[in-house]
Ligand binder design. Structure first.
Ligand SMILES: [Zn+2]
Length: 474
């Protein structure tokens, strides 16, 4: 019997917070067991040659939507498969009760086990969940979710406030409110999350979708009254960056008042980034971390139209994408995620308002960061690994297990050819989604193999074997 299950040989390891190291990496029991120079091939059952390649820790795609528009089991099978293509080995998916997902309301005590059993056996990556308490009864479940269910992060949607689906179809099915979903609900949720964090051995946090509902109401009405153009630019005008700024102000003010650790999700505009920077400077004692998505970094309504790219917050201008890259380069942004939500072309159609929001992108996590970040803008490979792997792992209670290449960590990694050029096509991404807003984009830097807990799960453009992803309690 071999000492090691797997040996990754000849590559350059990219170690977050450390740097790049020319070394071999060996796996035993699914974990990194040795890092050294010239580990003998005869010690390993399987050898992966990484000569001339970069070996990155598997990405932790911290913003995902398994099962939002299709059954959980189908999304788990097809969309985590797509994650492997882009070097992600863990996905952290949002889930809430109400419309979409399981179309159910009730306590997480009964619904969350159903979520877990629907995904079990189907996922190609490891996975965890962020849950959104939608009413006071669910807020009361926060302590047990943290202590017993392995859920250490929660979500609040600033823009659900005040909308009533039955009385108002401004944005079709996007809004789902419960009777008390407002800043009062947010305050008590933050109190509960902060309290749970005080007695936990890991970071317990609240993630916020920051768009302000009352201003959206006004700007949506104005766009519709002004010719109602069916364009991505019109959608951005209807939910302008000002709504992000106001929501960020509200959220961070309440975070300070309650001591709650917060993650401001998918900042989409230069103005949102400025508001986040100002909040951090004004409230240095508040643990606030900032996320951007691949699509807000790379897609703009100046260069792209077509409602396939409808998403919340909207796709912004080219100037906004450049502002977000500045936030990455200067360290303001904590991590980059995909906000992957598999949404078929038939759900988009050619009408702006009924089109379902969201689309996939998980397969492009490392490729976009390497192409646009490393090659084009001089980001180091180490910083890339921090942005897609180590930083989200730390933020969401996975440090010590995921997000780095150190002895004792899970052997989750991706071997990247930094100079492999690809033109993005829908087929290449191995997703169930039948279109791709990134289609035609040329990228440089692409994973050639992805390993989950020591097992080769993706190689040469195909998944290998069967899905072995597991739930990770955090
Ligand atoms: Zn999302």
């Amino acid at each position: 019997m071999s000492r090691f299950e797997l040996l990754v040989r000849g590559g350059t390891l990219v170690v977050p917070y450390v740097g790049t190291i020319r070394a071999d990496l060996a796996v035993a029991g699914g974990r990194v067991a040795a890092i050294g120079l010239d580990i003998p091939v005869s010690d390993a059952a399987t050898v992966l040659d990484a000569t001339g390649k970069l070996v990155f820790p598997g990405a932790v795609d911290a913003h995902f939507h398994l099962g939002i528009y299709r059954p959980l089991s189908v999304d788990a099978a097809e969309e985590t498969r797509s994650s492997l293509v882009g070097g992600a080995t863990t996905v952290l998916s949002y889930f809430r009760t109400g419309q979409h997902y399981l179309n159910k309301t009730g306590p997480y005590e009964t619904i969350f086990p159903e979520v877990l059993s629907s995904v079990a056996g189907h996922a190609w990556t490891d996975y965890g969940f962020h849950l959104a308490p939608m009413d006071t009864a669910q807020v009361r479940e926060v302590p047990s979710l943290v202590e017993q269910s392995g859920v250490s992060s929660f979500k609040y949607y600033m823009f659900y406030k005040g909308f009533n689906l039955s009385a108002d179809s401004r944005d079709a099915k996007a809004f789902t409110m419960s009777d008390e979903y407002d800043l009062g609900h947010l305050y008590q949720l933050m109190e509960a999350v902060a309290e749970a964090g005080r007695s936990a051995d890991r970071r317990v946090s609240l993630s916020l979708h920051c768009e302000q509902a009352e201003l959206m109401r006004l700007f949506i009405d104005r766009v519709r009254a002004d010719g109602d153009p069916q364009t991505l630019k019109a959608y951005s005008d209807a939910r302008p960056p000002l709504t992000e700024r106001v929501a960020i102000g509200e959220a961070t003010t309440l975070a300070r008042a309650t001591g709650c650790a917060v993650n401001l999700l998918h900042l989409s505009s230069g103005e949102a980034l400025a508001a986040a920077r100002e909040a951090r400077a004004a409230m240095p004692g508040v643990d606030m971390r900032f996320e951007v998505t691949l699509h807000h970094l790379c897609l703009s309504y100046d260069e792209l139209d077509g409602l396939g790219a409808k998403v919340n917050p909207p796709i912004r201008s080219h100037a906004d994408t450049e502002a977000l890259w500045d936030g990455i380069l200067d360290g303001t942004i904590g991590w980059v995620a995909s906000d992957h939500a598999c949404c078929l072309e038939a759900e988009k159609g050619d009408e702006l308002w009924p089109a379902l929001p969201g689309f996939g992108g998980t397969a492009l996590l490392y490729p976009i960061l390497l192409s646009e970040g490393m090659h084009k803008r001089g980001l180091s490979p180490t910083r890339v690994a921090e942005l897609v792997s180590a930083n989200p792992a730390r933020a969401y209670g996975l440090d010590g297990r995921k997000g780095n290449l150190l002895v004792g960590y899970d052997a989750d990694l991706t071997i990247v050819d930094p100079d492999l050029e690809q033109e993005v096509t829908t087929d290449l991404l191995l997703s169930g989604q039948d279109h791709c807003p990134f289609e035609g984009r040329k990228v440089r830097g692409w994973p050639v193999a992805t390993v989950l807990r020591g097992r080769i799960a993706y190689q040469n453009g195909q998944v290998v074997g069967s899905p072995t992803g597991q739930f990770v309690a955090r």
